[in-house]
Design a protein around this ligand. Sequence first.
Ligand code: 4NP
Length: 154
Amino acid sequence: MNVLFVCLGNICRSPSAEGVFRHVLDSENLLQPVSVDSCGIGAWHVGKAPDLRAQAAAKLRGIDISALRARQLAPDDFARFDYVLAMDHDNLRAIRAMQPSDYPGHVGLLLDFAGHADAEVPDPYYGGEQGFEEVLDLIESASHGLLDHIRSAK
Ligand code: 4NP
């Protein structure tokens, strides 16, 4: 099972989701391997490490995302990933525009797995550090629901 988290720049929300979900997986005994990656819709930050505020907020929760590097969503991601999960509706629209019509996987909003239908992980880029805490709280709650979903899907 392969999971791809998608945001706009791939330096704040989706690398945070990648780090948090990998951390959740590390503490679980799964029967099947689950691989995790993240990417952005835009190309502005390709090759860059996550935003220092995202790195710091994750580190406070024991998660190191400093080695991640931004990349852009690519057409072959739909052949590689079973779940392509957007942080907000803009990301979701951009994913759907690239999604092959016969893609058999799951494209949707990450927070659907937190029981918040249609809810978004707000873009923290232009805000303060509190925004990064909120991002992590939302991602953590969705991660457990996503794990349950993957387990039940087999
Ligand atoms: P992200 O945040 O989508 O969570 O990585 C952003 C990062 C950069 C920009 C926007 C959002 N930007 O406009 O450069």
